[in-house]
Design a protein around this ligand. Sequence first.
Ligand code: NAD
Length: 556
Amino acid sequence: MKYTEFIKKYASHPHYKSPTGNQLHAKSWQTEAPLRMLLNNLDHQVAEDPANLIVYGGTGQAARNPDAVKKIIEILLTLDENHSLLVQSGKPVGVVRTHPQAPRVLIANSNLVPAWANWEEFEKLKARGLTMYGQMTAGSWIYIGSQGILQGTYETFVECGKKHFAGNLKHKLIVSGGMGGMGGAQPLAATMAGATFLGIDIDPERIEKRIHTGYLDRITPDYHEAMRWIQQAKEKGKALSVGLVYNIVDALKKMYRDNIIPDILTDQTSAHDPLNGYIPRGFTLDEALQLRVDDPEDYKILSLKSMAQHVKYMLKMKGKGSIVFDYGNNLREFAFQGGEKNAFSYKGFVPEYIRPLFCEGKGPFRWVALSGDPQDIAISDQALIEAFPENHMLIKWLSEAQKKVEFQGLPSRICWLGMGEREKAGKIFNDLVRSGKVKAPFVIGRDHLDCGSVASPNRETEGMIDGSDAISDWPLLNLMANTAGGATWVSFHHGGGVGMGYSQHAGMVVVADGSESAEECLSRVLHNDPALGIYRHADAGYKTAVENLNKHHLNF
Ligand code: NAD
């Protein structure tokens, strides 16, 4: 297919769609895969706002602008196995000579020199068209819709239930703000874990999207109706999820006044970006969007003040018995800046619930069927169920996900796998492709939120026992290990999850196309990537990570 025909069919802005089937448009699956995944990230079923190339997480973009998307496509359609494309903050800037097992795309997004690494500087540069915000999987072309965070959210709620409610979330109410791309996974994760859930978002369209994708049961703009629904459901022990169209601060204030105290309270509004993410109190959505343009300085001040009030009510709820934890959006930091001096008196979800998994090299492992055929995912699910009969959590998760998760865009799956398991799964998937049991190759990737790929002192590396929270050598080593190991595309980003200045992280995606060469790359990358997590946590002094060094023969 010619370039112009391809653009017309798959990338006519703002209508993006990945090709499906097993016919190549590019020269090999090594370049067809990033091409399909870029287009999939921008598919309206997947992305929150394709017209602005925004995928999720506030303003997380897949590419700088529509011309950059076209140019990336043009290059990928003709790139051979001895060259690699360079992408600088969503714009293609060069092609370098490499070799067949090198990554085909090398991506750097939103990086700023540390002393300049803040939203003000970033906004100036963005306004001049020089950069974009890549979030984590938006700019690295491995976003798979809300499912991407679903299992992590589920694991977090289940772990919280084990720690505080004897492992039973029935008759328990979970409340959270933000029902966007990632936050929208919370209602389904909560009901899968057996709880009643209330999600509060000011934007009705975001909540509607969760209803359409099967993640949420009901929506209302009426505070009293929402309270009635959740209280009845909680009493009956019904796993119901409700979306309330409201500003989170106003909702929490009223709930506190009415003595409706959540059992678990967290938040996933896009607080990481006080200007283009969070909506301050006292404005309709439209008024807030207008103020962003008319008076960004004032907007930011109001945003920080609102976040301080937001956290104040979270702390008040904590005082009344709610289990409160931060869910990775840097709300505490901006609430602190807005005047709430006790903002850091509750912990983040990583030190509370996830770090023990990181010490085993466990993290979010995801794969996508490039064929577009859901049956390929069903076959891969079954293959994993057979390969890991002793992993009951995994089997339960895959069976539940098969029943409850509706695909967005190309069919995909996520599950948390650790050291050894990821490599084994990669080989299984490559064999499925080689033997023709599935219709086309898989891509295997992960969130940047993983055991060894991120430095983020208010999130993944919060409260490390050796105090190494802010050391960002680790994600750089992760990037280099995955580049040297032969991932199909790699990325290094700044500011994902928690905003400019607060994180640095690396991403990787590797293709299982059934070839010998892919098997070599998969084996190296899916070994090295979780190994970095074990090395990082063992170096910090975590006992289980040291044990895992021995268990997996990682001593050196
Ligand atoms: P998103 O931008 O798609 O959605 C954010 C939602 O918050 C929007 O729907 C918006 O309307 C709503 N909102 C903003 N201010 C509000 C207010 N005051 N009251 C009510 N609703 C409000 O973002 P997302 O992809 O859902 O991510 C949410 C946050 O979580 C981001 O800060 C992101 O960086 C962070 N994040 C967390 C994880 C994790 O693992 N926990 C992973 C990725 C991202």
